[in-house]
Design a protein around this ligand. Sequence first.
Ligand SMILES: Nc1ncnc2c1ncn2[C@@H]1O[C@H](COP(=O)(O)OP(=O)(O)OP(=O)(O)O)[C@@H](O)[C@H]1O
Length: 227
Amino acid sequence: MDTPVLQAININKYFLDPVRFRVLTDINFSINRGSFVSITGKSGCGKSTLLYVLSTMDTDYEGELLLDNETLGKKNNAELAIVRNQKIGFVFQFHYLIQEFNVLKNVMLPAMKLGKYANEVIEEKAMQHLKTLGIYDQALKNASQLSGGQKQRVAIARALINDPLIIMGDEPTGNLDKKNSDVVFEILKDICLQNKQTILVVTHDPDFAKRADRTIRMEDGKIISEL
Ligand SMILES: Nc1ncnc2c1ncn2[C@@H]1O[C@H](COP(=O)(O)OP(=O)(O)OP(=O)(O)O)[C@@H](O)[C@H]1O
């Protein structure tokens, strides 16, 4: 049976600067566990704004969000930070790795912050992810010493370390060439298939969008089609 992981109910959002305008209009959808969903549309249509709302990083919206059947609207910032760290993994266009830390430490950090496991357990888990992602041999290098594609794989390992229900990406391949984009796509696809984790990716790359299980297309802050 399909289990919803993330539900957006009548989401509307306004920006006030320089004048008040509606950036998201009546957004409604539900994403099932284990699906690979892309959000696509022209530059400026509201994709990133929507992702920031869905990821709980932006709480200034109207409507309701449910993550894992839990209503998020009434949670305060500290509670949302816990939800994010436990249930959501993030992969951005620019990986935001801590350059002066080594790869292993970068991957371990979100789990150390969560404090659920001893460091030795976290290290073992991190190494396992690095192995799966084919960058095990880079573990002790500083993040600054890696190529763009390798950095993005480290960012994926970091996103996976707390076993999130959903991994959200904002243009995760935006900074990569075709070959590395394909690798990152396949890795995300595998995560979906093997671990039943859910992937939600914002992209303006039509090839990437088409290869997802489902594509949500946006225009002027509205969903115009879902395939
Ligand atoms: N903080 C802000 N204040 C006011 N307007 C904003 C703000 N952030 C974004 N916008 C505007 O909101 C609209 C949607 O922006 P958003 O970044 O969500 O688009 P996008 O679809 O992700 O674009 P791109 O593909 O270029 O990243 C744009 O018109 C943008 O100029």
